[in-house]
Ligand binder design. Structure first.
Ligand SMILES: C[S@@+](CC[C@H](N)C(=O)[O-])C[C@H]1O[C@@H](n2cnc3c(N)ncnc32)[C@H](O)[C@@H]1O
Length: 285
């Protein structure tokens, strides 16, 4: 009788444990707020989740946060329609092929950096737009996008806030509309993937500034087209990316799968979804 009672108690205990684990898992997957978070890609230490990072990302146990969030600028991404990329000296006024993009999700509201400041090492791009909500730091990272060329009506550089130790640092890589130096050069690279895409080389330099130990986990909760994850992969660092727009999850996953890909030039001009389609076709061929 006593043995049966003990067995009953142990079974009850085991059932409760499973229920507790399920609840814990649910919390991990949806931040406890009922939001769906879909695993999208998982290979060689690099993971992508499709969903809203808010209320979820903190539970992942990452040490290093490197991200380029929506800055809250309500930026006009309809660049071709707005007449960007025109050369007034050319006959037909067309000089470069600026294209129209969908607005960046979340860019229509102020960005709140507070939930992201709890990570051990933090790098936040576009921080000049919300610097009044950040603690003081002298370790800003500056990306010189002009690299010796003349100024135009775009900013010469981009500022990333960090909580790192040490002085401010400067990185130069030309990035003016479609004039891009490096592997993203549109005449040789895969074309435009995201309206606020960052160069992979820049992200590698940024990660290097964080002096990663190799066993640290990197998180980019506003992943976009996956430039940070690609940089982490090349550096042998485990990383997680989160993105709310599925088309960018797909582009990032494809970039991670194939380090070099080409797609037909005429499709460069189209919207992100078409690019995504052509990338898929490219993979399938
Ligand atoms: C500035 S872009 C990042 C671009 C990226 N650095 C790249 O190289 O492609 C910010 C990204 O965050 C995504 N985003 C905005 N709010 C989000 C949220 N709450 N959860 C996850 N992703 C979000 C947007 O869809 C956008 O792709």
């Amino acid at each position: 009788m006593a043995v049966a009672a003990i067995r009953h108690m142990l079974r009850k205990e085991a059932r409760l444990k499973v229920r507790r684990m399920k609840t814990e898992n649910k919390r991990l997957w949806d931040g406890g707020e009922g939001k769906a978070m879909k695993p999208y890609y998982n290979h060689a230490g690099i993971q992508i989740f499709h969903g809203d990072c808010r209320g979820f990302a903190q539970s992942l146990g990452a040490d290093l946060l490197v991200t380029d969030p929506p800055y809250g600028m309500n930026e006009n991404t309809r660049r071709a329609s707005a007449g960007r990329g025109k050369n007034p000296t050319s006959k037909n006024m067309r000089f470069v092929s600026a294209r129209d993009w969908d607005p960046v999700f979340g860019d229509d509201e102020p960005f709140d950096p507070a939930p992201w400041l709890t990570f051990h090492k933090v790098v936040l791009f576009g921080a000049i737009h919300y610097s009044d909500r950040l603690p003081k730091s002298r370790a800003w990272l500056v990306w010189d996008k002009r690299e010796g060329t003349a100024s135009d009506d775009n900013a010469d550089c981009d500022f990333a806030w960090t909580n790192l130790k040490g002085p401010a640092r400067l990185y130069s890589q030309l990035w003016r509309g479609i004039c891009r130096r490096g592997e993203e050069n549109i005449s040789t690279g895969p074309g435009l993937l995201h309206p606020t895409q960052k160069p992979v080389n820049l992200m590698q330099w940024v990660i290097l500034q964080c002096k990663p130990t190799g066993c640290e986990l990197l998180l980019d909760p506003y992943m976009g087209s996956g430039s940070t994850l690609l940089a982490a992969k090349r550096m042998g660092i485990s990383a997680i990316g989160i993105e709310i727009e599925e088309k960018y999850c797909e582009i990032a996953a494809l970039r991670l799968q194939q380090s070099v890909f080409d797609f037909p030039k005429e499709q460069d001009e189209k919207q992100g979804t078409s690019v995504q389609g052509s990338l898929l076709a490219d993979l399938g061929s």
